[in-house]
Structure formats: structure tokens, C-alpha cells
Write a protein that binds this ligand. Structure first.
Ligand SMILES: [Zn+2]
Length: 278
């Protein structure tokens, strides 16, 4: 599933390609993709352009012109936004297509089909209509993010497990299963530890690990396991740097103990039983 580094990489790749191209047509082939706005509203974007591309958590925010609208995209499990310099035949699971006046196109493909689009008025009131967007916590790379912020947030749910809190987008936005496990390993915290049991030093290490790991992954253009690619159909490189995720049975890179997998908060969690004691 694309997490913050992958969505940011998609944003950066498309930012170099699609803004300020005149849109010739917008076609929605799978209307259930639309959470807000109908096919006619999307078709009416023709004649305008994408002014720029922002991101909040795992949401992509396309600022549209001339009518100030925001096209919001959440890729969920398998959504991809692919830029084609030349028009290409539609593929299976192509659910939407923006065609530009110069013949290039931006295609939304989604094998599992869980991704969503919203079309809202630009500005905070419009974005408030996008489910989940307003309740996002700070992102680890935000200037205001700190160990103090994290500690303040987790105070409200002392009995929750730390892995669940890392995945909770209202606590901290952008982490998913891959980076949560990597953060816990770097910080040497067991995924099932209760939030109330974390020491000041552990919380400091967690906050630092969140920042360092997301930054490092963005620099490697994200992690590709199965099918994540950016807007240029390029895979990420951070899978080469993962320490524990999907490494069950392999030696821990720090101590050599066997990496284990357990279910925490309904998700597979990989950890070292020696470096991350409960
Ligand atoms: Zn270890």
C-alpha cells in the first residue's frame, strides 16, 4: 500500500509533468471511484488545467484552474496515477483518464479498486468534505512535529498498543504497515507495548525514527513490494534498506536473532525479539 514516501514520490514525479497543460477531456470509467463529484463534474474540468499538486498525509491534492476546485485522490491499496507522453490503449483496471490537449494523458489504474476521488471547492471548507482529511495528525516531517507532540497525542489512549498508534492517521499522518515496523525496530520498541508504558527516551527515539525513516525513504523514492510505481512507472528503491519488514526468519541486522512475525492491531508485524523486548 502506498504510504507517505510513495505518495510524495508520485506527487513529485507528476509535478514535473502535468501542471499547466490544457485538459482536453476527463473520463471516468468506474463511477464508484467517485466519493464526491459526479462524472459530469469531472468532465467539466476540460478546458482548464492542473495548477499544482499538493499532498496531505496519503492524499494527493490537485489544484484545478480556472474554476478553483481541488481534485483529491487517495490511492489506498493499489491505485496508480500514470503519465503517458503518448496516448495508449486502455488497460484492465484503468478507471479514469485525463487527456491533455498535447495528446499526453494521466491514467488512474487500480487493480483492487479501493482508491477514491473527490472534487471539492478549493480551500479549507471544500477539503472538510473529504472523509478523513480534516482529522489527520501532523506528519513526522512537519516542522511542528516533535516527541512532545507525539507524547501529547498518545496520552489520550494509554491502553492502546504502540503499533496501532503509529498506524492511526489522526495521531501521526503518513505511516502505514511497512514504515511502522521499521520505526519500531529503529527505536527498539516492541510493537505490542502499551502507550502508557513507553519511557521518555523511547518516545524520543520513536519520534526521531519516524522522521529519519520517512526522510530516507523519500530520498529513495519509496518502497516497491508488489506493484507500487510513481507517475513515470518507476519503482522505488527503499526495499533495499528495510531492516525487518517481511523478513520473518532472517537474522536481525543488529544482533542476528531471528526476525519474528506476529499480528498486532490486525496487521502482520515484523520485529526482533531480542532488540525489541516486550
Ligand atoms: Zn536484534
Amino acid at each position: 500500500m502506498p504510504e507517505l514516501p510513495e505518495v510524495e514520490t508520485v506527487r513529485r514525479s507528476l509535478e514535473l509533468l502535468v501542471p499547466h497543460k490544457q485538459i482536453a477531456a476527463v473520463e471516468i470509467f468506474k463511477p464508484s471511484l467517485l466519493s464526491l463529484g459526479d462524472e459530469a463534474a469531472f468532465a467539466a474540468l476540460a478546458g482548464g488545467e492542473i495548477a499544482d499538486i499538493g499532498r496531505r498525509g496519503k492524499y494527493l491534492l490537485f489544484a484545478m484552474q480556472p474554476e478553483p476546485l481541488c481534485w483529491v485522490v487517495h490511492l489506498r491499496m493499489t491505485g496508480k496515477l500514470l503519465y503517458h507522453q503518448q496516448p495508449q490503449p486502455l488497460q484492465k483496471h484503468d478507471h479514469a483518464r485525463l487527456t491533455f490537449a498535447d495528446g499526453s494523458e494521466l491514467v488512474y489504474n487500480d487493480m483492487r479498486g479501493f482508491g477514491r476521488f473527490w472534487l471539492t471547492p478549493a480551500g479549507p471548507e471544500g477539503l472538510a468534505q473529504v472523509s478523513g482529511l480534516n482529522s489527520l495528525g501532523l506528519e513526522p516531517l512537519d516542522a511542528d512535529f516533535s516527541a512532545a507532540y507525539w507524547q501529547e497525542k498518545i496520552k489520550r489512549r494509554p491502553r492502546a498498543m504502540v503499533k496501532a498508534a503509529l498506524l492511526d492517521q489522526t495521531v501521526v499522518a503518513g505511516l502505514g504497515n511497512i514504515y511502522a515496523d521499521e520505526v519500531l525496530f529503529q527505536a527498539q520498541v516492541h510493537p505490542e507495548r502499551l502507550l502508557s508504558s513507553l519511557t521518555e527516551a523511547e518516545n524520543q527515539r520513536l519520534a526521531q525514527a519516524m522522521r529519519e525513516i520517512l526522510q530516507a525513504s523519500i530520498e529513495q523514492r519509496g518502497t516497491t513490494f508488489r506493484d507500487y510505481v510513481d507517475g513515470n512507472n518507476q519503482k522505488g528503491g527503499y526495499q533495499e534498506f528495510l531492516q525487518v519488514f517481511q523478513k520473518k526468519g532472517q537474522p536481525c541486522p543488529k544482533c542476528g536473532a531471528e526476525i519474528q512475525r506476529i499480528k498486532v492491531a490486525g496487521r502482520s508485524s515484523y520485529f526482533c525479539p531480542h532488540c525489541q523486548v516486550k
